[in-house]
Design a protein around this ligand. Structure first.
Ligand SMILES: Nc1ncnc2c1ncn2[C@@H]1O[C@H](COP(=O)(O)OP(=O)(O)O)[C@@H](O)[C@H]1O
Ligand SMILES: O=c1ccn([C@@H]2O[C@H](COP(=O)(O)OP(=O)(O)O)[C@@H](O)[C@H]2O)c(=O)[nH]1
Length: 391
């Protein structure tokens, strides 16, 4: 039974908050048999030690199950990664807790609809996992079987970007990246709700994604919406530009991606958006220029547990957008004809599918953005009327 356990570690893109994250992607069937992703934020070397010990125990369990490992670029098998872990040498000789015997076969609880052998079902938490107080979802919430799949899950929906060449094709690196994003407490993102139990805890937030090609007028209209409807404007592009100016460790990478019109890795952008939302007291956010691809979308929903109230889509011809961008005069490194053409291509290939995704959920409000600014805003106002400031 070829099961695959993959592990990687990474540091937060925010240099100010140096938190190490260990992510284990367990691909089916191990994922359901064991524990899914292991959420590990490491505030201190002691905590690192505890988590490493836990991971080692889980690793042994995988071995008991006959798992094999697969290495792929940027992702390493668990064993070597543990050895490479930067804090490992700071630990006293690692005390590996005695591995309890593999748990005996257990039947699913009566109130669980999944049956034994069903990929959705998993045995109860291993005692060692309980000791470490890792939050685990109820067994029934883990990996629903295909015929029960809903759009939102405790685990991210991995969109099918291309048909698998064989039934057992392992997920791509992009799939794994989307799957492996760290979560603190698996929670279901609710459908058709403007707000959900989310990363902001009890604070209910309304999020509107503002999408459209480069130069379609997203930023211009967001400024109007802020003024009239009291939203907070979070431009993903502006956050990335600020991050690169701050001298962040990701600065060079961000700069290169922007110059090339490419999409910055999700974890970087999402960390910035997340931080901005947490810092802000407002409960209404316009997220401008994000998500730019399907991976951005799945990772954002997975990490924040926030589903947008709707998507405001500024529809505009490339000809008009090109004219506007060349006349924008903001000194941006990407407002040159060569990069503009690349950005258009990325928009069509990567961002339009996100709009299609939300269209299928009836969440897209399309605006004719080719009209003059004031006329576009008249259409925008009609959409935002329910959010009119009451004060
Ligand atoms: N409806 C419009 N008609 C003409 N020019 C516009 C319109 N909307 C925005 N612009 C101008 O086009 C440029 C790009 O707009 P911007 O809001 O920065 O686009 P985006 O945020 O989508 O990249 C800016 O110089 C802006 O003043
Ligand atoms: O979520 C985002 C938003 C922006 N960008 C990068 O930032 C650039 C500028 O984006 P912005 O939204 O500021 O401008 P637009 O292209 O919409 O005019 C893009 O081309 C990308 O390289 C990104 O990678 N991810």
């Amino acid at each position: 039974m070829p099961s695959v356990g993959v592990c990687r570690w990474r540091s937060s893109p925010l240099s100010a908050v140096l938190r190490r994250s260990f992510v284990v992607d367990l691909l089916p069937p191990s994922r359901s048999q064991l524990c899914g992703a292991v959420p590990c934020d490491f505030p201190s070397p002691d905590a690192v030690g505890r988590r490493i010990r836990l991971l080692k125990i889980w690793w042994k369990e995988l071995m008991v199950l006959g798992a094999t490992t697969t290495a792929a670029s940027g992702v390493g098998p668990l064993g070597p990664v543990l050895g490479d872990f930067p804090f490992a040498e700071k630990l006293a000789p690692p005390v590996v807790a005695p591995t309890p015997p593999a748990p005996p076969p257990v039947s699913p609880p009566a109130n669980c609809h999944a049956s034994r052998g069903d990929a959705a079902w998993a045995p109860p938490p291993h005692p060692s996992a309980r000791r470490a107080r890792i939050k685990r979802p109820p067994a029934c919430l883990r990996l629903p079987p295909p015929h029960h799949q809903h759009t939102h899950h405790a685990l991210p929906v991995i969109p099918p970007p291309r048909p698998p060449s064989s039934a057992h094709r392992p997920p791509s690196i992009q799939d794994r990246r989307a799957m492996g994003t760290v979560v603190d407490a698996p929670t279901v993102v609710t459908e058709n709700e403007e707000v959900a139990v989310n990363m902001l805890g009890d604070k209910k937030v309304t999020v509107v994604f503002v999408l459209g090609g480069p130069g379609s007028g997203k930023g211009t209209q967001c400024a109007n919406i802020v003024e009239h409807f009291g939203f907070t404007h979070l431009s993903a592009g502006d956050l990335l530009r600020a991050e690169l100016k701050s001298g962040s460790e990701n600065g060079t990478m961000i700069e290169n991606m922007i110059k090339e019109g490419k999409i910055v890795p999700s974890e970087v952008t999402i960390a910035l958006l997340k931080e901005a939302m947490i810092k802000n007291d407002n409960d209404k956010f316009l997220i401008d220029g994000f998500p730019r691809n399907e991976e951005n979308r799945a990772a954002f929903e997975h990490v924040t547990k926030i589903s947008p109230a709707f998507v405001l889509f500024f529809d505009c011809s490339e000809e008009e957008m090109e004219k506007r961008l060349l006349g924008r005069n903001e000194g941006r490194v990407d407002d040159n004809i060569e990069t503009i053409r690349k950005r258009f291509k990325v928009f069509v290939e990567s961002s339009l599918p996100v709009i299609e995704y939300y269209k299928a959920k009836d969440k897209v409000k399309k605006i004719d953005a080719a009209k003059p600014i004031a006329e576009v805003f008249e259409d925008v106002k009609a959409i935002f009327a329910p959010y009119a400031k009451t004060a």
